[in-house]
Design a protein around this ligand. Structure first.
Ligand code: HAM
Length: 425
């Protein structure tokens, strides 16, 4: 036997005992997205590296440290998508999705790749669902996106959810704020790690992403708050967003330090967090990004969106979902007792499957006893038995596993008779 090959660090296998939970969550997401009028988009797993460098920002942790980047045989630098906003905007521009409508509402559900330090709720391959609403600059669009994120999270987690909300203003006023933030940190430059020193120099807003507790303490003590520097229009927009959320009864708190770890945001930023998650507590995050479409070569178009982590959502909802949902039950275990029964058994299985029943057929040629034990273990509602007698008489024996009762059924009528014995619910 050769050496075992294990999966790589930070990824996981989703096993048959869990896949039905995933399918349920995915089904709910598709259903809720369509009630809000969003349409699904699917983009490639890899893109030109430049898309993420330009879209997310060179100083961000994602681009700086976490991308899976490789050179293909043609010498191009490609990257496995670490997020979906930049790819979706790339697809929006390239496919002229703005052609027929001034507003485009898109959603996605796909896997992403970030080389982060793995821990609970933080993986190197993970899945997100999210939306991008492209076209409206107005606060009701932000409210719709936040409400959609909150609605979806609350369907799976009824308690301990909070919405943290902030505004980081429009880019025109950001320059002044960044100057002040840089100034506030200059006296402490010596106390900072190398990465944070670089952040002070190149993009001081990214200091808020620092994992260094000393930097965070300095921010608490010395950083000016961005909400003190925003324009009147930014403030009005923020007030309208808050009024909309209040009207919908969505509880939120203003978190003046929430800048989020991607460079494209303008004005609104938000996260939905769960008490149950511990250190990685964000179920989802998003915000407005009015400059990204133009920055990626499209027409000047405002946009807002969010993305939620499916693994994190399942971490909080898994136990409750497991109680409610069971994997689809097997209807029939087909017991095959003789060589002559093998072909008729294949036809029986086909007849039942065409009628919508789930059927498993014996392929190990085991003894009658083992096959019936297997039928029991499998949880099937019935064993359909085909032996010498049955083949001769062109019938099969249907045994109910709950009562042990047996009836003989002509082979040609199996599916119809099955409907009588086990009415479909
Ligand atoms: P993000 O905050 O980087 O935002 O990711 C959104 C969510 O994805 C997080 O709140 C978390 O639930 C999940 N997530 C992120 N990293 C991991 C990981 N390593 N393992 C497991 N789950 C993770 C974005 O990606 C933006 N594109 C969101 C957005 C859309 N903004 C506007 N539109």
């Amino acid at each position: 036997m050769g050496d075992r090959v294990n999966r790589v660090r930070g990824v996981r296998d989703i096993l048959p005992e869990e896949t039905h939970l995933w399918r349920f969550v995915e089904w709910i997401v598709h259903a809720v997205m369509s009630t809000y009028g969003y349409q699904e988009i699917r983009t490639p797993v890899f893109e030109l590296t430049e898309l993420f460098e330009r879209g997310i920002g060179l100083e961000t942790d994602i681009v700086n440290k976490e991308m899976y980047t490789f050179t293909d045989k043609g010498g191009k630098s490609l990257t496995l998508r670490p997020e979906l906003t930049a790819p979706v905007i790339r697809a929006y521009i390239q496919n002229h999705l703005d052609r027929d409508t001034p507003i485009t509402r898109l959603y996605y559900m796909d896997s992403l790749y970030r080389q982060e330090r793995p821990q609970k709720g933080r993986l190197r391959q993970f899945s997100q669902f999210g939306v991008e609403a492209i076209g409206s600059p107005h606060a009701e669009q932000d409210v719709e996106v936040i409400a959609l994120a909150y609605d979806l999270c609350s369907l799976f987690e009824s308690q301990g959810l909070s919405v943290r909300l902030n505004t980081i203003g429009s880019p025109e006023v950001r320059g002044d704020y960044l100057q002040r933030l840089r100034k506030a940190f200059e006296p402490y430059a010596g106390e900072l790690g190398e990465l944070d020193q670089q952040r002070v120099k190149n993009n001081p807003l990214r200091l808020f992403d620092s994992k260094n507790p000393e930097t965070q303490a300095l921010l608490d003590q010395h950083a000016p708050l961005i909400s003190d520097y925003i324009s009147d229009e930014d403030r009005l927009h923020f007030e309208e967003v808050m009024a909309g959320l209040e009207a919908l009864g969505i509880p939120f708190e203003h978190d003046a330090k929430l800048v989020r770890g991607l460079d494209y945001y303008t004005r609104t930023t938000f996260e939905v967090t769960s008490e149950q998650l511990g250190a990685q507590d964000a179920l989802c995050g998003g915000g407005r990004y009015d400059g990204l479409v133009a920055q990626l070569g499209g027409p000047d178009t405002p946009a807002v969106g969010f993305a939620a982590g499916l693994e994190r959502l399942l971490l909080v909802a898994e136990d409750r979902l497991k109680e409610k949902l069971s994997p689809r039950q097997l209807d029939v275990y087909l017991v095959v007792l003789t060589d002559e029964a093998r072909i008729p058994a294949l036809s029986c299985a086909q007849q039942l499957r065409t009628a919508g029943y789930t059927v498993v057929l014996e392929t190990l040629r085991r003894s009658a006893r083992s096959q019936l034990r297997e039928a029991n273990r499998s949880g099937a509602r019935a064993a359909v038995i085909l032996g010498e007698e049955e083949v001769k008489k062109e019938i099969c024996t249907v045994k109910r596993m709950d009562t042990g009762e047996q009836v003989e059924v002509p082979l040609t009528q199996l599916a119809d008779r099955f409907d009588d014995i086990f009415p479909k619910d």
